[in-house]
Design a protein around this ligand. Sequence first.
Ligand SMILES: O=P(O)(O)OC[C@@H](O)[C@@H](O)c1c[nH]c2ccccc12
Length: 264
Amino acid sequence: MHLERILNRTRHTVAERKAATPVAALERLAAEHTPRGFASALRAKAASGPAILAELKKASPSKGLIRPEFDPPALARELAGAGAAALSVLTDEPFFQGSLRNLELASAAVAIPCLRKDFMVDEYQIVEARAHRADAILLIAAALTDAELTHLNAAARRYELDVLCEVHTAEELDRVSALGCAAYGVNNRDLTTFEVRLETSLALVEKLPRHAVHVAESGIHTLDDLNRLREAGFHAFLIGESLMRQSSPGAALEALLSPADARV
Ligand SMILES: O=P(O)(O)OC[C@@H](O)[C@@H](O)c1c[nH]c2ccccc12
C-alpha cells in the first residue's frame, strides 16, 4: 500500500529531524511568523469566483518528475500575481521532491497564505510548519487514527494554524466532521491506488461540515472540471500538476480564472 510506505518513511525522517533540531529552536522561529488566515482567504476569494489553491509540486509518486525547472519563489509570485487565493507547498522530500526550504522561500515571496502539504504524523511537524512560515497544515484522515487526528488538530490550533482536513470516503468524513476544522478537502486521488475520479468530490460535497470551507482536490485539469465542481458547491480548488506542467503556470491560471468565452 503506497500510503503506508510513505507514512513509515515519514515517521523515520521526522525522528531524524527531531534528533537534529530541538522543538525549542523551532518555537523561536515559529514566533517570528504570524499566521495569515488560510480558510478566510479562500472564503473571501470564493465570494467572487473560484478560490484556487495552487500547488507547488515538482514530482509525485504517481507521475514522477512533473516540473524539472523548479524555482519556488518565482512560482509563488507568478501564481499569486495570477490570482491564486492561497498556495500549497509540498514539503515531503522522498516522494514529492519538496522541502521545508521551498515552503519558506515561497511563503516569504508572497502575501497570500501557504499550506504545508505533507504527511503530518507528529506534533513536531506542526511547529516545524509554522517555523517555515506555513499558515495552514494538512491532516489526512486515511493516514491517522481518531486519537491522532484529535491530537494534531488541537496542536494546530495551539500554533494558530488552520487545518485542511482531507477525506476521500463518507466513512472518513464521519470520523472527522466533529473536529471543527476550518477547511475540509475531498481528494479525488485515492492515496492507496492513485486512481483519480472527480466523482469522489461530487459525491461528498453535500456531506461536508456546513460552516467550513469546502475544497476539491486533485485531477482538476480543465475549465469544465472546475465549473462542474463549483456548481456542485465547492468553494476552493487544489490544483497542482495541470499548472506545474505549463511553461507559464501563472498564464495558465489566469486563463482558467478569466476564460475567453466568459468575456463574450
Ligand atoms: O496535482 P493534482 O492532481 O492537481 O493534485 C494536487 C493535490 O490535490 C495533490 O497533490 C494532493 C492532495 N492530497 C495530497 C496529500 C499528499 C500529497 C499530495 C496530495
